[in-house]
Design a protein around this ligand. Structure first.
Ligand SMILES: N[C@@H](CCC(=O)N[C@@H](CS)C(=O)NCC(=O)O)C(=O)O
Length: 205
């Protein structure tokens, strides 16, 4: 069985929800505290030199990192979680998948640990990253037309990112006030009974 190294509510939640939707069994290994020196960090470092979650160890011991790479691996096993090949929606799915990890996710890399990058002005970096992240979400909001999901009636892995990331900074209240379409998509995902357990375990609902 796969082993998913993560922390409830953190980036591993994205992969957990995807694996659950695809009905792929996995064992969750909680490495809470991995972002400070200690046994959890030493363990994670042996698998992923960047020491990030999610880190996934596949059935035969191969290590996968990066939520987008894990999403593509999930799609190989469960193609229905993306729009069909050849459709325009497929290309927008690919675009948004990369857009999320190339633009939004790095704002957490820098803002969650600002003292690593700018020891003299960590608060300034945190604040600037948060403002930039808000501008990215506002851009995405303009592109969306939920019905009820990003690509209409078909639930895709983009919806999973939105449901999990909506629970991160700038948090629910900001999304509710500023991005009603992202909120509607995230809410639709959060209502799915088959995700109740995994969303609850990650404090997303
Ligand atoms: N590009 C990675 C980013 C993963 C990531 O930044 N995870 C955060 C937790 S949500 C983390 O492990 N942060 C610790 C660190 O960067 O040192 C992905 O998409 O999986």
């Amino acid at each position: 069985m796969m082993k998913l190294y993560g922390v409830p509510g953190w980036g591993s939640a994205i992969s957990e929800v995807m694996l659950t939707l695809a009905d792929i069994p996995y064992q969750f290994v909680n490495v809470d505290g991995f972002d400070a020196p200690g046994p959890q960090r030493s363990l994670l470092e042996t698998l992923n030199p960047l020491c990030q979650v999610p880190t996934l160890v596949l059935e035969h011991g191969e290590v996968m990192t990066e939520t987008a790479a894990i999403a593509l691996m999930v799609l190989d096993r469960c193609p229905d979680l993306a729009p069909p090949v050849g459709q325009p929606e497929r290309r927008q799915f690919q675009r948004l998948l990369i857009w999320l990890v190339a633009n939004v996710y790095p704002t957490f890399t820098y803002a969650d640990y600002p003292e690593r990058w700018v020891p003299d002005a960590p608060e300034q970096l945190r604040e600037n990253c948060l403002e930039y992240r808000k501008s990215l979400w506002l851009w995405l909001e303009e592109q969306l037309n939920p019905a009820p999901y990003t690509f209409g009636e078909q639930l895709t892995l983009i919806d999973v990112y939105l449901a999990v990331m909506r629970s991160w900074g700038p948090r629910h209240a900001w999304f509710a006030a500023n991005t009603p379409k992202i909120t509607a998509i995230a809410d639709a995902v959060c209502r799915l009974p088959e995700l109740h357990k995994v969303l609850k375990a990650n404090e997303i609902i």
